[in-house]
Design a protein around this ligand. Sequence first.
Ligand code: NAP
Ligand code: GCO
Length: 263
Amino acid sequence: MTDFSLKGRVALVTGGSYGIGFAIGKALAEAGARLAFNCRSQAHLEQALRDYEALGIEAQGYICDVTDEDGVGKMVADIGQKLGTIDILVNNAGIIKRIPMHEMKVEEYQQVIDIDLVAPFIVSKAVLPGMMRLGHGKIINICSMMSELGRETVSAYAAAKGGLKMLTRNMASEYGAYNIQCNAIGPGYIATPQTAPLRERQADGSRHPFDAFIVAKTPAARWGTTADLEGPAVFLASSASDFVNGHVLYVDGGILAYIGKQP
Ligand code: NAP
Ligand code: GCO
């Protein structure tokens, strides 16, 4: 019988305080995993702990910037002490900066690359030895439509998410022999704080042009919700996906398959 249970597993979701990370953390915990998450803000951490508790989930929260290799190492060690060796890692923490490339500062480009591409390397590197000792592991990187497509103003983000797709494939190649599967989820356009600027009502009360654009580009004719990502995350975190490796599972309502509704 296919097993989607995560009972007895320890999961770390980076950026699990709200948005997609919170939903994935919730889903993994509801499937039986012991949950740890991190973020940078004390206020976000405290709110997330209350939110998880309201769902009956006892989560271990950490203030840790995923770009801080020493801090990540200390967090992974503390999780090992408190919950056990990490079996499941979701590299979810990420930012975007929407700036025309010719106006973007190198520091701004670098910050997006550091958080969205270098940090998944840092956190994965910290958890791999434990997974290798366990003889199993699941790493799920959160990619994007921008792992496949470009658009104006998101050069740093697209470069990072395109790189994250290939990091996923390379980790799958390098660690498959240890029974560690590394896959990615590629969300479409999901209603979270990160995309709120793209959905804001205009001064005259009309819909944001990008909002209407995305709905027309999506066969499902809607924005995704964080709940749409919960099942795919449990699948890739569970033994049901033990022979799935190096795959990017696009959860996009069909955007990548569709030329878009005729105007
Ligand atoms: P979000 O609402 O902005 O949430 C980002 C989360 O990451 C927050 O918990 C934030 O908490 C944390 N975070 C950001 N930088 C961090 C850092 N340096 N260290 C630790 N935690 C950090 O974003 P989201 O929409 O949920 O997106 C989550 C992931 O999905 C990102 O990788 C994003 O690129 C990707 N994605 C999003 C969409 C979408 O449409 N929303 C689609 C495809 C992919 P703090 O601010 O407290 O650190
Ligand atoms: C943007 C959006 C997208 C989404 C997501 C799509 O400005 O185009 O923020 O990048 O966040 O990555 O999959």
